[in-house]
Design a protein around this ligand. Structure first.
Ligand SMILES: Cc1cc2nc3c(=O)[nH]c(=O)nc-3n(C[C@H](O)[C@H](O)[C@H](O)COP(=O)(O)O)c2cc1C
Length: 405
């Protein structure tokens, strides 16, 4: 019989999302966990220890220098008893402290004293999340073996849009289960190397003008983040996008299709790739007569641009004899006859799997937050992933890919 994990120490820090930790306590208890809540001083400004204790059916701990707890060295006991430590929500402040190993309250001290796996669910204003200091701290925490879940995109409490919402309590619960049952060694993509291309390419007309397309890069970035969360080592070759690098992912920025192909080949040459996912909207053509200096408006009228074909990155890699990823996954952005065109593309390019999506204007998928995918494999299986956020779709797609023989 599977060993039932026992104790989750849940550190709640001082963010507006602290109330959502109460739902997490409920879910963890329902799953059979013993939950030992620890509230920072900040957290106590948002929720009371009484609510946490009532839901956990346990004392909620708060003070490092508490006489009754510390006669038994409460912080060490909590640290030792934990099968997992979850920090939800994790404030920017708490993450900064943890990244530097500070130990000036009960929560930060027990975090240093534990050998249990640690999962943090950041929640903060999107600017705080993208601030270089927070990026640095997040990267450091990951390097120290801390698992990070989320944050999600959407409207945050301060009314701004962007990444900063705490991951859903149900998703945190799922990660806790994975963490406790398998620790990271058993994550579905642990030990795998994943290469992803994302975004548009920019093909110069002259030094200031480019041929571009509307790809936002969100799908590729969501896949990179999800692959990282599932334990993979991830290289993300990205065209020009307005997205910040996902934490823990090796991002290589390029502009043109030719540069993208070079970067992909370079990544393949460095080490074998298990899964190559080609989501980038690579320009089919580049300007043959691109000008080395800015083209001036003049009496001779507008310039005539002559186009030439760009390399087909997906086909080139899928048909490569050496260094081909074990599994080659292409994306097909179609506006009509989605399934038929995607099946034809799968054959033509030599990929193992094609993921088709309908990018006609009415769907709002190209450049949008949501997507609906049709996954077609060479062996003829077809799986439809219903309309959902690109992040959720990315996780679902990676689950499919990680089960692919
Ligand atoms: C109304 C309000 C909401 C806040 N929300 C957040 C938040 O969502 N995320 C965050 O990182 N900090 C937030 N802060 C700032 C933290 O509360 C502050 O950095 C505090 O020192 C965190 O303490 P702790 O990390 O020890 O819990 C908020 C502050 C206030 C006054």
């Amino acid at each position: 019989m599977q060993k039932k994990p026992t104790t989750v120490v849940l550190i709640i820090t001082g963010g507006i999302a602290a109330y959502r930790a109460l739902e997490l306590i409920r879910l963890l208890r329902k799953e059979g966990f013993r939950v030992r809540p620890v509230l920072t001083k900040g957290a106590r400004a948002f929720i009371t220890p009484l609510s946490a204790a009532a839901l956990a059916g346990e004392k909620a701990h708060a003070e490092l220098f508490s006489l009754t707890d510390e006669t038994e060295m409460g912080h060490i006991r909590l640290a030792r008893e934990a099968d997992a430590v979850v920090v939800a929500p994790a404030t920017a402040d708490f993450m900064a402290k943890a990244a530097h190993g500070l130990a000036d309250d009960l929560a930060s001290t027990l975090l240093l004293a534990t050998t249990a796996p640690v999962l943090m669910a950041p929640a903060m204003n999107p600017r705080m999340w993208t601030h270089p200091a927070t990026r640095r701290n997040t990267a450091q925490l990951r390097a120290d073996g801390v698992e990070i879940i989320g944050p999600e995109s959407g409207e945050v409490a301060c009314g701004e849009e962007g990444e900063g919402r705490m991951a859903e309590p149900a998703e945190i619960l799922a990660r806790v289960l994975a963490l406790i049952q398998g620790r990271s060694a058993e994550l579905p993509l642990s030990g795998k190397r994943v290469l992803i291309t994302a975004g548009p390419t920019h093909e110069p007309i002259d030094p200031v003008r480019v041929l571009a397309n509307r790809s936002s890069g969100r799908m590729g970035y969501a896949l990179a983040e999800a692959a990282r969360e599932k334990g993979a080592e991830v290289v993300l070759v990205s065209g020009p996008v307005a997205l910040s690098a996902p934490a823990g992912v090796d991002v290589r920025r390029v502009e043109t299709a030719e540069e993208m192909l070079r970067a992909v080949r370079q990544a393949l040459a460095e080490a074998p790739v298990d899964i190559g996912i080609f989501t980038a909207a690579v320009a089919d053509w580049r300007v043959k007569n691109a000008s080395a200096s800015k083209i001036k408006k003049g009496p001779e009228g507008p310039p005539v641009l002559e186009l030439e074909e760009n390399p087909d990155i997906l086909a080139t890699i899928a048909q490569a004899r050496a260094g081909r990823p074990k599994l080659v996954v292409g994306f097909a952005a179609e506006t009509e006859n989605i399934a038929r065109n995607a099946r034809a593309k799968l054959k033509r390019k030599g990929a193992d799997i094609i993921v088709a999506n309908d990018v006609s204007e009415k769907t709002g998928i190209l450049g949008g937050d949501e997507t609906e995918l049709l996954v077609i494999s060479r062996t003829g299986e077809e799986t439809r992933l219903p309309r959902q956020s690109k992040r959720a779709a990315a996780r679902a797609l990676l689950d499919l890919l990680s089960r692919h023989p």
